[in-house]
Design a binder for this molecule. Structure first.
Ligand code: ADP
Ligand code: MG
Ligand code: MG
Ligand code: MG
Length: 401
């Protein structure tokens, strides 16, 4: 069974049964494939007798996109499992435990988090997650600091950059986030009702200038080992727990990209609240919860990253030069703001959307949410290099709503 092929549920059960010491003898294993099947298979395997369970994620050698498929390296399964293991060391308790990685089958066996919910779904249902800002800020501060030139041996870091080279997955981001939305690309997909707004994006040279700068940063700035796809669909939550999954896009890139992903997806939900909370007062409350979370994520990240730098900083001149740390942190904020804007825009006009917006049933309400998201996204992009405080992001979202 070892040569690569997409597994059947029966084969997945066989592999799970042969994992040493996991399921007890005589286990009655059942398996269900629960992934969406675009890039990966996700098998959920349970033993009805012991109640034990696990997840097996297998990479497919292609991505299904607009009815076609394009080849996609299986090496991303190695990257995902290695990144998960590293995250588990740097940010204990905030990722699923990896039980096994099979290189031949491009397969990662990991902890079953089915007692959690995907955060995007939770927010749509109106649930608040009081631990999220604290947990995700710990996750990003620790995984990014300790893989950067500030917090790790700089020669070891260069070898790590090499181990996490991820050109095919990066190209998806480079095309879908930093190019297609700003031109009349066949990869784009948007509601005909907002044709005018999409065309405005294609013609805005001031916007393109900022996107080109952000794209350059994504292409060239090997600042830290990113998660690379840190949207609310990659976060499992309960009110008391946070677990980050799906780091197959990991590579050495600009720190602001991971932070921006979190902010963007909170603000996409903010836009979607046009529908998800019908009552105006309650909508205001939930939006305040979302913007409070944006504020807390940044402020807690800033505090934790600085504390790690104070305690564990290895780079003498970066650590000791007055003003450098403040400059560095403000630049991270600006990058996060710019990347957040790009990530919002692509979810409205690009290839891949979010259910916070697309599942809005009423066409007029959906259009309003889409236009609100585009206003927030483009304003973040246009203002990114001027930003001095996270409060500006919140004011910008509130004044657009
Ligand atoms: P993809 O890279 O294809 O998006 P994900 O890793 O995001 O794959 O997983 C897809 C879905 O599979 C998740 O949204 C979740 O429903 C389920 N899933 C993935 N990992 C786990 C896990 N460790 N525990 C429970 N469910 C999981
Ligand atoms: Mg998926
Ligand atoms: Mg993925
Ligand atoms: Mg995913």
């Amino acid at each position: 069974m070892s040569a690569y092929h997409p597994l059947t549920e029966q084969e997945a059960i066989q592999i799970a049964g042969s994992l040493e010491g996991f399921f007890p003898a005589g286990a009655a294993l059942q398996c269900r494939e629960i992934g969406d099947g675009n890039l990966n298979l996700v098998f959920h395997i349970t033993d009805s007798i012991s109640g034990k369970s696990l997840i097996m994620k297998q990479a497919l050698p292609y991505a299904k996109v607009v009815g076609e498929s394009w080849p996609l390296t299986l090496d991303r399964a190695r990257i995902e499992s290695e990144k998960l293991l590293l995250e588990g060391k740097l940010a204990p308790g905030l990722v699923p435990v990896v039980y096994k990685y099979d290189a031949e089958l491009a397969l990662t066996v990991m902890e079953d988090l089915s007692d959690h919910i995907i955060m995007r779904q939770g927010l749509i249902a109106g649930t608040r997650y009081p631990k999220f800002a604290d947990d995700i800020s710990t996750f990003i501060a620790r995984t990014l600091f300790f893989t950067s030139d500030l917090g790790m041996n700089q020669q070891d870091k260069k070898m790590q950059v090499k181990a996490f080279i991820n050109p095919e997955l990066c190209k998806i981001t480079e095309d879908l986030i930093f190019d297609d939305p700003y031109t009349n690309s066949p990869n784009n997909s948007f509601d005909p009702a907002i044709q005018d707004a999409a065309e405005a994006l294609w013609q805005d040279n001031g916007l393109h200038f900022e996107v080109a700068l952000l794209r350059e940063k994504f292409l060239t700035n090997a600042q830290a080992l990113l998660h690379g796809d840190l949207h609310t669909g990659s976060v499992f939550v309960t009110p008391a727990s946070t677990k980050v999954i799906d780091p197959e896009f990991a590579y050495y890139g600009p720190i602001g990209f991971d932070i921006g992903a979190v902010i963007a997806n909170l603000l996409l939900n903010f836009a979607g609240q046009e529908h998800w909370t019908a009552d105006a007062d309650q909508r205001g409350d939930f939006r305040r919860y979302l913007t409070d979370t944006v504020r807390d994520v940044w402020n807690l990240f800033d505090k934790k990253f600085r504390a790690l730098w104070d305690e564990h900083g290895l780079d003498r001149i970066a650590s000791e030069t007055p003003g450098y740390k403040d400059y560095y942190m403000n630049r991270l904020l600006q990058d996060a703001v710019g990347f957040a804007g790009c990530k919002i825009v692509r979810r409205i006009v690009g290839l891949s959307h979010v259910i916070d917006i697309d599942r809005i049933p009423d066409a007029a309400v959906r259009e309003k949410a889409q236009r609100l998201a585009l206003t927030i996204g483009t304003s973040l992009i246009l203002n990114n290099r001027k930003t001095q405080s996270i409060e500006e992001v919140i004011e910008l979202a509130n004044s657009a709503a």
